[in-house]
Design a protein around this ligand. Structure first.
Ligand code: DX5
Ligand code: ZN
Length: 215
């Protein structure tokens, strides 16, 4: 599986959203990471359906929706209609995880579960075989530009073992504090998809930074 970069829209310039998305379309990024925050599951509010509609109009990338919201089951259908390629929700925010995973898959969309830095990988033991993606948070969710938590490397290893043991096809995505300093190490450790917000959008040449992150 080749290395996938998923720039995070959260760090984009919202006054130039269309131009930012077009720049990403023309880059080596394959996925566009879309962080939805509700001010309840996480201590921040980002954006929702109107922004997703703009994304749908302009993005030619695979739209990777990361729901950091309570009651995610209420909103997946609408995100599906708005062109999500993959929808991840938080294990910590959902009681009926199996039901929601299948609700997403029944729409023909990749289903992912995100876990916080302090949530054990082993909690996914009984659902891993149904998953298309496991999203490991490498910062506490809520904000861009935070410092990478090194324990994530151990969690990548654990996730790899879990996936291998179960025969699952799930991809491993790492989200938070990804930069040119740790990207190649993360891919080498077993990550398939790296989310990058600050590293891409604060760089002088975002498109070039995406190419470098991929290597
Ligand atoms: C954090 C979000 C991340 C964030 C990553 O809660 O889930 O996707 O945008 O941003 P950076 O790459 O700046 O840490
Ligand atoms: Zn995210």
């Amino acid at each position: 599986m080749k290395n996938i970069i998923a720039p995070s829209l959260l760090s984009a310039n919202f006054g130039k959203l269309q131009q930012n998305i077009e720049m990403l379309n023309a880059s080596e990024a394959e996925w566009l990471h879309i962080d939805v925050m509700d001010g309840r599951f996480v201590p921040n509010i980002s954006f929702g359906f109107p922004v997703m509609k703009t994304v749908q109009q302009h993005s030619t990338l695979k739209n990777d929706v990361h729901l950091m919201i309570e009651e995610p089951e209420k909103y997946v259908e609408e995100f599906g209609k708005l062109g999500a390629h993959c929808i991840s929700f938080h294990w910590e925010a959902c009681t009926h995880v199996h039901r929601l995973v299948h609700q997403i898959k029944d729409m023909g969309i990749m289903a992912g579960i995100a876990i916080n830095p302090s949530t054990p990988v082993s909690f996914l033991e009984d659902i891993v075989q149904d998953l298309d993606l496991i999203l490991l948070m490498s910062v506490n969710p809520g904000f861009g530009g935070q410092k990478f938590i090194p324990h994530t490397f151990a969690k990548i290893q654990q996730t790899k073992s879990l996936i291998e043991l179960s025969g699952s096809n799930a991809l491993i995505e790492v989200d938070g504090g990804v930069s040119l300093d740790n990207a190649s190490e993360l891919f080498a450790a077993g990550a398939n998809v790296l989310v990058a917000g600050n590293a891409v959008f604060s760089s002088a040449n975002p498109s070039e930074t995406i190419s470098q992150l991929k290597k």
